[in-house]
Ligand binder design. Sequence first.
Ligand code: ATP
Ligand code: MG
Length: 805
Amino acid sequence: MPQLPHKPLPLVHHPGLNTDSSRKFSTMEETIEKFKSFGLTDKRVGEIKNNKKVLGNFTSIVDYCTSKGVDSLDDKKIAMLHSLSLKSTNPMIIDGVLDGRLKTTLQLDEAVKYVNSTDSPDVKEMEKVSGVGIEVSDEEVKTIISDYLTTRKEEIESKRYALLPKVMGDVRKLEALKWANAGLFKPVIDQWFLDTIGPKDERDVVKKEKKPKAKAATKDTTKPTEERTMFTEGFLKELHKPGENPQKYPELMAHHLDVTKGQVWTRFPPEPNGYLHIGHSKAIMVNFGYASYHNGKCYLRFDDTNPEAEEEIYFTKIKETIEWLGFKPWKITYSSDYFDELYELAEQLIKCGRAYVDHSTPEEVKAQRGMKEDGTLGGERFASKWRSRSVEENLTEFRKMKNGEYEVGKAFLRMKQDLESPNPQMWDLVAYRVLNTPHHRTGDKWKIYPTYDFTHCLVDSFENISHSLCTTEFRLSRESYEWLCDELKVFRPAQREYGRLNLTGTVLSKRKILKLVTEKYVRDWDDPRLYTLEAIKRRGIPPGAILNFINTLGVTTSTTNIQIVRFESSIRSYLDLTTPRLMMLLNPIEIEVDNVEEDFALEVEIPYQRGPITSRKLTFKKHIYIDADDYRDEFNEDYFRLAPGQPVGLVKVPFNISVKEVVRDSNGHVTKLIVNYDNDKKVKPKTFIHWLPKGEVKSIKEVRIYNQLFNSENPSAHPTGFLDDINPESEIVLKNALIENNFDDIKAKSPLNIKTGGKFDIDEAGGKETVRFQAMRTGYFCLDKDSEDELIFNRIVTLKEDSNK
Ligand code: ATP
Ligand code: MG
C-alpha cells in the first residue's frame, strides 16, 4: 500500500502543552465565546465545560491551534481534538489532526498510546504506529472480507445469520483491515451473506435457549424470568416429578428410577393406521416436548396391535412427520416387539384368577354390560356365563385361541375386573381377540392379538414411562390401566390426560378424509386443503409455525377448538418474519412506457424483507408488466390504483406512471396500456403497485390458490352429509402468472438446496415446499411437490385475514 506524501512537520520537543486554562482567556465567558467561534456546538461546549481536566486541556489545544494560525475547524476535527483532550495535549498529535494525517479515533488512540510510552516521541514512529498514509481502498476491503468469509463458508452455511455478529467482530480484528474504513464492513459482510446463503428465512428463527431451572434456595432475581411456554404453565407444569406417582407395590419404583435415573420418559404412541393430523402435532409436542424440556427421553412407539388397519406407508410417513416437526425419537419401538411378554402376562393374569376366556356374542357382551335398546349404558349388568371357569380351563382355552383353534369372534380373553364399579372401563374389558390376519412385523406367528386396553399400560410399564400422556377420552381408562399393572405386579406408570386440539371448519377423521381422497374431491391425503400434517407441509406451512401455534395455545384438560382463520393468522405472522418478498403477477398485462427510449433502463433496489440487509435489483424499463387487477377504466374515491386520469406509483420506481392510451382486443378486453413516465414532476401517488420488467421474468405453469375446503364451521353437521358442504372454489388454478427472475436465487439458497449439515431439521425432512416467498400484495407461496422443470406454486395463506372472505 502506498505511503502518501505529507506536509513537513514542525519540530516539537515537549510532551504536552501548558494546560493552565486561565493563561490566555481571562473569563469563562471569553473561553466559551472563543470555543464557539472555533466551531464548537453548544452541546460540545457544555460537555467540555463540565469537566475541569478536559476544559484545561481543550483550552490549551485551542490556544495551540490559534498560535499556528488556525482559528476554526470542522466538526470532525473538533471531535477528534475533543477526544484527544481526554488523554493528551501532545502537539505532535494535534498537528496530525490539523493537517489530516490522523483521521480516525483509532489512529488517535494509537498515537496517544505511542507518545505516552516514550520520553522522546518521534514523528515518523508515531505515524507508523498509527497507520498514517496507509490507504485500503473500498475494493481492497471487499476482497479482503470476501476472501476471509470464503474460508468460513461451510460454518456460515451451517449456522447462518446467527453467526453474523461473531463474524462481524472477527472481521474487525483482521490485521489487514486495521486502517480500513470500518463503515464499509457491515454492508460488505451483509452483501456476502445475501449472495451466499440468501435472505433470512425460517432457518434463522432463533430458538430460545432453554433456561436451566432455578435452584429453589438461591433464586436469582437479577436474571430475567423464564420464558412462558406450554411447559411452564397449565397442565404440563402441574405434572408430578418422576418417582412421585404412587405405587401399589412401592418396591417397583426403586427399579424404575434406577433405569430412568429419575428422568422424564414419555412416548408418542400413534396407531399406524393413517396419516397424522394437526391434532397429533399437539400430542407430539406434549410428549416429545415435555421430555426434552426436562432433559428426558421420548419414544416413538407404534401401537401396532391391529394388523387389519396397518400399512407400511403409515409407519414411514409418521416417522417423517415427527422429524419434520423437529423431533428425534430416542428409540422407535413397536407394541408388537412385546407380543411374547404380553402373552406371558396374559397367562399370568389367568393364573391369578383375573382373566377368563369368553365365547359370548357381541350382543351378549353388550347386554352383560347393561347396554339398553337405544345403545346407552345404565341397564342391569350381569356376569358372562364363562366368567367362573377354572384357571386350568381358561389356560387350555387361551392356548387353543393362540394355536388358531378358534375362528375370529368365537373366543376372546377378558379381564376379570369389577362389575360393581361405576366405571364402564372396569366391566371386564377384552384383553385378547382372535384375528386371522398376518402382522407386518410378526408375520403369521400370532393368531391372537392384544387389545389397546391390555397392551398400552403394560408396554408403558416395560418401557419405564414416567408420564403416560394421553387425551381426555381416556380419563376413565386410567382405572383399568392401573388395575392391570397392579394385578400383574409390574411398575405402574402414571397416565395423565390433557385436552385434544380440534380444528373447526374441516374434517380430521381418517374415514372422512379417505372419502374425500377416493372420490377425488381433493388431490390426495396431502392435498393442501386438508389438515393432515402431510398436507400442511405440502401447502408450505413451516414446522416452526406449527410449534409456535401449539405453544401459544397452551395445554389444559379441556378440548381446544380452533377456527381455521385463527390458525392461519398464527401462520401468517410466522411467515412474515421468515420469507423473502418477491414480485409476482397473477394476471399480468403489458405496459409500454411511451416517453422513454427502447434501451432505457433504471436499476431499482427492492428489499427482500424488512431491515437493511437484503435487497435485490430490478430494472425499470420501457416494457414492463403490471397486474390486470391494478388497472380500471374508471376510478372513484375508493380506488387508488391506475386508471385514466389517475396516475399510480410503481414499487420503488422514482416517478409515477399515467395512462396515455388503452389497447383492447376485439372483445374490448384490455391487452396493453401505453403510459407516460411522469419524470418531470414528483407527485405523491395514492398508492404503489407491483410490476415486473419484461424479459426478466419466469412464467409459472400453475398458481394454486387455496380457500377453505368447506363452507361451514361444522361440515360434519351438514344435514345431507359433509360432502355437500364442500366449497366449489376451494382451489383456483391460475395459469398466466409471472414472477421475477430473482426467484431462482431464492430457490438456490432455500433449505432445499443449501444443506446445513443437519443443524436444522428441515434439512433432512424438507422438500420443495421449503422454497417459500411472500408475493408482494398477493400472499405467501411455496413450490409444490408437483413442480418439476416448470413452476407450480401453492398459496400458503393470504397476506391479510379478510382477503379470501
Ligand atoms: P384419530 O381418532 O383422530 O385418528 P387417534 O387418537 O385414533 O386419532 P392415534 O394414532 O391413536 O390416533 O393418536 C396418537 C396419539 O395422539 C394419542 O396419544 C392421541 O391421544 C393423540 N391425539 C390424537 N388426536 C389428537 C388431537 N386431536 N389432539 C391431541 N392429541 C391427539
Ligand atoms: Mg387411537
